[in-house]
Design a protein around this ligand. Structure first.
Ligand code: FES
Length: 157
């Protein structure tokens, strides 16, 4: 669930990294951790306080998969798309999730419950295909297991 944006706290986060332009990626990670996405307001404030242009911050935000720019759903389901998981069926698992949730990767269900995202290795390659739901990583996830996990977390199907 997204935390309400607060300019003072945002400023504190930026200052934790010395308000240095070279710390932009770390600042963005900290913002995602706190707010779960990088809003336009955040981009303007970060650019202003790091002495960067809005376009420079936008460029970095759009380069990295982790920096989403819209609020995610209540639960974030990440399916690993890296090599080991692909070899063990993560593409088919992704297609199954897209079909059952009625959304594409990076999308959120209409009820706002589930956001589906790709991820590139969860460090769980021995148990491919791997999935992360919110903060928990699961291994050897079959389509049925994925359905059950999403249902358990309260997500819609
Ligand atoms: S490749 Fe999927 S967890 Fe490493």
């Amino acid at each position: 669930m997204a935390t309400k944006y607060d300019k003072t706290i945002a400023s504190e986060i930026i200052n934790q990294f010395g308000a240095k332009p070279e710390m932009l990626v770390q600042v963005l990670h900290a913002f995602v951790q706190r707010y779960s996405f990088i809003s336009e307001e955040a981009i303007r404030q970060i650019a202003n306080e790091l002495n960067l242009s809005n376009a420079e911050v936008h460029g970095v935000v759009s380069f990295y998969h982790d920096f989403r720019t819209i609020a995610p759903g209540q639960h974030v389901v990440k399916i690993c798309q890296a090599e080991s998981c692909q070899a063990m069926g993560s593409r088919q698992l992704t297609a199954h999730a897209e079909r059952t949730l009625g959304i594409s990767l990076h999308g959120t269900t209409v009820d706002g419950q589930v956001t589906l995202e790709p991820v590139y290795c969860l460090g769980n390659c021995a148990c491919s295909p791997a999935v992360m739901i919110d903060e928990t990583v699961y291994g050897r996830v079959s389509p049925d297991k994925l359905d059950a996990l999403i249902e358990d977390c309260g997500g819609s199907r």
